[in-house]
Design a protein around this ligand. Sequence first.
Ligand code: AKG
Length: 289
Amino acid sequence: MPMSKLRTFKDEDLQEAFSRNGYVVIDLAEPAEMTQLAEDYRTLYPDNQDGCVFSCHDSDFDRQSQAQSLVRQVIEKKASVFLDAYRFVSTSFVVKFPGERGVIPPHTDYTFVDDKHYAAVAIWTPLTETTAAAGRLHVMPGSHLYTPLCGSNLFRKYDGIEISSMTEIELELGQAVCYDLRTIHGSPANTSLAPRVAVNCVMIPNQADLWHVTRENQEILIYAVDNDFYSRLHFDGTITSNLLKNYRVIHSEPYESEPSEDEAHKQNVQPLGIVQRLMKRLGIGGQRK
Ligand SMILES: O=C(O)CCC(=O)C(=O)O
């Protein structure tokens, strides 16, 4: 295992910005390739749905796999031009249909690698024109430096962060934002008239073990898993725990719970759990209306 963190981008300037801010914007592909992928999406999923829908959560496993292959065929090769010895893990169409239910609150993604040594990166790219009304991705620059482990049963709530206070990422068709999976991100509702189609693709360093982090009572368990695990993962507790029976725990640590604001108020203590400490550090909080 390397002693210092491996680089993510081949390009020095991109690497520097990524390490500092937790995200960078790149020119990934030709706009026509993205439009074609949007067409492929519509062929696979012709029906309108509600909210923000991830194809990786599709309960039709064959269709989910087809969606994954379509995106992988295009994005993996493009990403390898920029990323320094990274490999594909999983991908999804992310479609935000018009309406209030499409809001994605601020969150971090699952912890896929040991982030003391490696950075897992998400490549998020729109396949349709993404105006502000259509619900652009927003990020919290620098948050990747402080956010805690994240996994199934181990979501953290970043309730005190307003999406409007985050950095809005404006992308042309063909551009992508690459963010460290620990960077807090989210997106507002799509108030336009048309669905906003995007893809997100997770890549990790070739030499990193792939992790799945989960919580069991007061313990955080880290499993060594494979790509197949993430293709089959649904966010239903029983499926996750059944799936995990096939993998081994390689590390465990105590779970530090976060007092809610109400509990902290009742006990007259500062609510300084992990998330509260992070928000204090980033100078956010107290923004709730
Ligand atoms: O596509 C979006 O608007 C949000 C995507 C997102 O938050 C994610 O993929 O983790």
